[in-house]
Design a protein around this ligand. Structure first.
Ligand code: 13P
Length: 250
């Protein structure tokens, strides 16, 4: 049985004070959640968030990291710094990194390998644009992103990888993929991981859906056989919407 894994990607939102007040509100409801829960505040809030999450089951994530361990990389944040600040997960290859900051699969793969080398679990994001979907290229695009993103990741380390399928056209638009459409892509990803690794690895793989997940659509998405969790943007910013998403089965 795969344990549901709900993650909140706060993107470029919240000061340290706002992070702390949100965490206080979330802990009240989510410390006892039977699901795996993660929040990823901005880098500047990580250390304060780690302090505020002491004794909580809520995991702390970062939203990105550099492809190098250290050195002359002005403006970048390394895996060592993330771990030092208390992050226990890192989101890599988010579509906003791919489209706005031109991150390619080879760079994302370098980051994945570096995070895993330092035993930092990864959420690897993949997803097609609307044009690619309309051109019937979903499997080609997503397949390539998965295969290239996981290049040289050994079977042992795959246990530290979660995949998030986030169709670009569904992010922040209010248009979520139908549960059936999303599940079809999740099934494709699982099948691909089965071919690249093993049937067991595919069965164990947690695949999150992301893109306009809200309290009123999460239950239908989570009822699909291949959807194991959610990577939530906008609705993760407020406890009023994030808590009911995490508690989708209550
Ligand atoms: P929204 O939930 O705001 O659509 O964002 C999804 C996302 O990009 C999470 O990483």
């Amino acid at each position: 049985m795969r344990q549901p894994y709900i993650a909140g990607n706060w993107k470029m939102h919240k000061t340290i004070a706002e992070t702390l007040s949100t965490i206080m509100a979330l802990r009240k409801d989510l410390d006892k959640s039977g699901h795996k829960v993660m929040i990823a505040p901005p880098f500047t809030s990580l250390q304060a968030a780690a302090e505020a999450l002491k004794g909580s089951s809520i995991l702390l994530g970062a939203q990105n990291m550099a492809a190098e361990e250290q050195g002359a990389h002005t403006g970048e944040i390394s895996v060592l710094m993330l771990k030092d600040a208390g992050a226990g997960v890192v989101i890599l290859g988010h579509s906003e990194r791919r489209s706005l900051y031109k991150e390619e699969d080879s760079l994302i793969n370098k980051k994945v390998l570096l995070a895993l080398k330092h035993a930092l679990p990864v959420i690897l994001c993949v997803g097609e644009t609307l044009t690619q979907r309309e051109q019937g290229q979903v499997e080609k695009v997503v397949g390539e992103q998965v295969e290239k993103g996981l290049a040289q990741v050994g079977a042992e380390n795959l246990k530290m990888v979660t995949i998030a399928y986030e169709p670009v056209w569904a992010i922040g638009t209010g248009k979520n993929a139908t549960p059936e459409d999303a599940d079809a892509v999740h099934a494709f990803i699982r099948g691909l991981v089965g071919k690249l690794y093993s049937k067991q690895a595919a069965e164990d793989l947690i695949i999150q859906y992301g893109g306009s997940v809200k309290p009123d659509n999460v239950k239908a998405l989570m009822s699909m056989p291949n959807i194991d969790g959610a990577l939530v943007g906008g609705a993760s910013l407020k406890p009023e919407t994030f808590v009911p998403i995490v508690e989708f089965n209550k």
